[in-house]
Design a protein around this ligand. Structure first.
Ligand SMILES: Cc1ncc(COP(=O)(O)O)c(C=O)c1O
Length: 436
């Protein structure tokens, strides 16, 4: 049975637009096709919308819901904390208990700073790097996303004029002076920058897998090369593992690729959907917050989010979790590839653990420009056809899996993708790749 319309969601959206800008709580959610859906709740890998339609959920709250919805262990831990209060404004032992779990999983880390969102955590990481090095500027790679702050939202997506500069109206234009943008994987350009006299580079920031723009793995030797360069030039190496942390390996990219940065930024999967973020790293860096680097936040280390964090990390430590992610991620990626081939649609599918990316219209995507060349209009149409058949997916081509998705869910999903792709091609043209 295909879903024809979403009257209750449409009605809800009309109502919410009167009190919320765009009717939802972020601009990206407003862009979801055919319009944002409104949900009554979720259970395991599924969510149910206000019209009573049930979907297999591959959005997972844009990433954090790594255990699926309403996970019993996570729910029990949060429920046990709730009657004890929401926040104390002082110390409590959960802060250290969960920090100890983080440190035990990520090699080379000795201390944790608790924060609430990835955007906050990347800010304090930059501040630490500047304080430790006495330098002002940093290196960022094109297409990498490190949150929506003025400092970081640069070089992420082309603006109206096609240039890759500031990401938002109202942003401080001075942000452009504080960084140098480099193509993902270009070690030579990074080396030239770090070694050039007067470059004043405090840190190199990167998503160790470029999840936000195509799920591109680092080229062979790239992370190792960055490590050497940062060591040689006294630059702070920051892995932004807001997506990859505890997702693509038990210690994120650090354990998957075996390269240890100076600072690791964590969020999303760390607390299964509750607002928790962290910076982890060597004591000598992190402890600068006790001698002049300000790291503030009313909700930092609040016990509800930390109860969620502890329970999520425990659930992710169960045997077979990462093998399961790998197997089901591969099954989904293979299913997508096969469907594209069967329907004669050029596309690239990338997969790293439980993160999968479709780049529609591009036969062999290797670069950020290839990712930008994808036919998003076509993919939007496919998204709607999948939604009509009970798959809730992200715009832009990324898919997330949770521990709650079973092998049978993936098999069912692959069959639906095939049908949805057929319907997309029946209603309009196939994808057209823009010139990269
Ligand atoms: C790699 C990366 N860094 C930072 C952020 C910002 O995190 P938050 O949305 O929690 O502020 C995101 C969010 O998607 C992200 O993907």
């Amino acid at each position: 049975m295909t879903i024809v319309s979403w009257p209750a969601s449409e009605q809800a959206w009309e109502r919410t637009k009167a009190s919320l800008a765009g009717g939802v709580s972020t601009g990206l959610r407003a862009s979801m096709k055919p319009h944002p859906l409104f949900f009554q709740g979720g259970s395991g890998p599924r969510m149910t919308d206000l019209d009573g339609h049930s979907y297999l959920d591959y959005v997972l709250g844009w990433g954090p819901v790594i255990l699926g919805h309403g996970h019993p262990g996570l729910t029990a831990a949060v429920s046990a904390q709730l009657p004890l209060g929401a926040t104390y404004g002082s110390g409590h032992l959960l802060e250290a208990e969960v920090a100890e779990k983080v440190l035990a999983r990520i090699p080379g880390t000795e201390r944790v700073l608790w924060s609430n969102t990835g955007s906050e955590a990347t800010q304090v990481a930059l501040r630490l790097a500047r304080a430790v090095t006495g330098r002002r500027r940093f290196v960022k790679f094109l297409g990498h996303y490190h949150g929506w702050s003025d400092s970081m939202l640069v070089g992420y997506r082309p603006g109206a004029d096609g240039s890759l500069g500031l990401g938002s109206q109202g942003q401080n234009p001075g942000a452009l002076d504080d960084l140098s943008l480099v193509a993902w994987g270009d070690l030579e350009a990074t080396a030239e920058l770090l070694k050039s006299p007067g470059a004043d580079i405090s840190a190199v920031f990167l998503e160790p897998v470029l999840c936000n723009s195509g799920v591109f793995e680092p080229p062979a030797g790239f992370l190792e090369g960055l490590r050497e360069l940062c060591d040689a030039t006294g630059t702070v190496l920051v892995f932004d593992e807001v997506i990859t942390g505890f997702r693509i390996g038990s210690g994120g990219a650090v354990t998957r690729y075996g390269v240890t940065p100076d600072l690791v930024v964590l969020a999303k999967a760390i607390a299964g959907g509750y607002p928790l973020a962290a910076v982890a790293g060597r004591a000598e860096l992190i402890d600068r917050t006790t001698s002049g680097v300000v790291h503030a936040g009313t909700y930092n280390g609040n016990p509800v989010a930390l109860a969620a964090g502890g329970a999520t990390l425990d659930a992710l430590a169960e045997p077979g979790v990462y093998e399961g992610f790998e197997r089901r991620g591969k099954a989904l990626a293979d299913g997508l590839r096969d469907a594209f081939v069967r329907h004669g649609v050029p596309a690239t599918v990338h997969q790293v653990g439980p993160v999968v990316q479709c780049i529609a219209g591009v036969e062999s995507a290797r670069t950020f420009d290839d990712f930008l060349a994808a036919d998003q209009g076509f993919y939007d149409r496919l998204t709607v056809q999948m939604l009509r058949r009970g798959l809730f997916t992200l715009p832009g081509g990324r898919w997330y899996l949770s521990t709650a998705h079973t092998d049978a869910d993936i098999m069912a999903t692959v069959a639906i993708i095939d049908e949805a792709l057929g319907a997309t091609l029946a209603e309009g043209p196939g994808p057209v790749a823009r010139q990269a």
